[in-house]
Design a protein around this ligand. Structure first.
Ligand code: SAM
Length: 256
């Protein structure tokens, strides 16, 4: 999928907040090696760098556009352009942090225990993933995909939500961890501008669909989704759009 750092960062304040909330829940540790998985445009990795200024911090990121943005935002971080599906680092990390990225990877039953295995004993895994896939913002993308001339090109993308319930992650992590803290937060995001929920998903989930379409068909798909989503999230009297967004957080310490 082609990531566009400018589109993604249009809502940087709202997108940064859960990253900071996750960071704040990490205990007072002194890691020597820190990895930020799916590090994106580097604005979050920069905060990891600032908090643990003596640590070796690595930003692992698959998109060349994001890596380029990350190198500018956080030049004193080691950037690795790498698919997380095949990330197999030499040596263990003391902190593996990932904000809004692991929902792009399949097979969480295998992925999460494998990430714990890449930590040093007592090391920390801290993850946030969106869990908003059953909200109109996301359901309407699938609905648009299945109801238009583009159907045969995009229907394979209409898949079950990639993030499971909190208890699923608890059951995976608890046997391998000393302590697991899992919680959800639904942020009531107040957005400004014209059809901002479309602009939001255009920076992330909608891109999967737009990427496989071309020219006028791509524009027609975006317009058809835009019409649906604008109705689902009408402006309030103040001209703002309220966009509730649920996110799942977890912090686990690998057993020593
Ligand atoms: C929604 S962005 C989050 C970026 C950053 N963590 C933040 O909080 O701003 C998700 C990032 O994960 C990256 N990503 C998704 N799947 C990936 C994969 N399989 N390998 C490497 N990076 C991936 C994307 O390129 C994108 O930059």
């Amino acid at each position: 999928m082609a990531w566009n750092p400018q589109q993604y960062l249009k809502f940087s304040g709202h997108r940064l907040r859960p990253a900071v909330d996750l960071l704040m829940r990490i205990a007072d540790i002194e890691p020597r090696r820190v990895a930020d998985l799916g590090a994106g445009a580097g604005n979050v990795t920069k905060l990891l760098r600032e908090r643990w200024s003596d640590a070796e911090v690595v930003g692992v990121e698959g998109s060349p556009e994001m890596v380029a943005a990350g190198r500018k935002a956080a030049p004193d971080v080691e950037w690795q352009q790498q698919d997380l599906a095949s990330w197999n680092p030499a040596g263990q990390y003391d902190l593996i942090y990932s904000n809004a990225a692991l929902h792009w990877l399949p097979d969480h039953t295998r992925l999460f225990p494998s990430l714990l295995g890449k930590l040093s004993p007592g090391g920390t895994l801290a993850v946030q993933m969106p869990r908003n896939f059953l909200a109109p913002s996301h359901v309407l993308i699938g609905e648009t995909a299945l109801n238009g001339p583009w159907r045969s090109k995009v229907e394979h993308l209409v898949t079950p939500p990639p993030v499971e319930a909190p208890s699923f992650y608890h059951d995976l992590l608890a046997p391998l961890s000393d302590h697991v803290d899992i919680w959800e937060t639904e942020y009531l995001q107040v957005l400004e501008g014209d059809n901002p929920v479309k602009e939001w998903t255009k920076g992330t989930w909608l891109t999967r669909y737009l990427d496989v379409l071309q020219g006028s068909e791509k524009a027609a798909f975006e317009a058809a989704y835009g019409e649906r989503v604008a109705k689902a999230y009408p402006k309030n009297a103040a001209g703002q759009t309220l966009f509730p967004f649920r996110r799942l957080f977890m912090v686990a310490q690998r057993k020593p």
